[in-house]
Design a protein around this ligand. Sequence first.
Ligand code: IPE
Ligand code: IPE
Ligand code: MG
Length: 226
Amino acid sequence: MQIPSKIPVHVSFIMDGNGRWAQQRGKERVYGHFEGVESVRAIMEASVEWGIRYASFFAFSEENWDRPEAEVMTLMELMMKSMKKEYKTFMDNGIRLLVLGNRSRLSDKLNATIDEMQELTSSNSVLTMIIFLSYSGKWDIQQAALRMAAEGGDDIGRYLVTAGIPDPDLLIRTSGEERISNFMLWQLAYTEFVFTKTLWPDFRKEEFRLALEEYASRDRRFGKVK
Ligand code: IPE
Ligand code: IPE
Ligand code: MG
């Protein structure tokens, strides 16, 4: 496979279409989530190979709490299992794990696992993998504004949960939907967007490479004249 001609620093994914992928096969929605984890691994490996520094994944939004309880529970369990299962992948490839979002809504057990995995991978520096869990852009701005006001600060970026992480260069959303769905509202200000009809469980290395080629063809001006 060809190496992409231009490598962004931070690529972000709205992983969408798991439910539809399963339904197309006459299966329960959760099958799509299981298969979607395989796509995350494929993207992670390709990111390491191509020298991407930050790969972030929207895994569960604040709005997703309103889905049927069984699906929410399965997703939370899957999150916990996958993190533990991928521990070796993280260590072998120098991947640092960060989980960002409204952690107060997660179970104590899941929070403990997240803390442990973040701690164990904290000195890895090849790739930072960010999982957005119980996250929404409006929530992030709100919590940042409150803390900023309390401290009398003036740089909101320093209070967002993404403080210290460069804004995404590229956002990829799968499944044909062309919206942000309350993802990083502040941080996506100058991000390039690529939308693909491919459902997340089918989004693998070659699809990723094509999205990076599309990104390479874009002219980023940041409001200036070239
Ligand atoms: C994305 O797939 C995963 C999550 C939002 C948790 P969906 O579950 O939204 O799948 P569709 O969009 O219903 O097909
Ligand atoms: C966005 O997908 C959130 C995640 C991928 C975690 P949704 O499936 O929740 O978004 P909508 O409802 O189609 O906007
Ligand atoms: Mg969806």
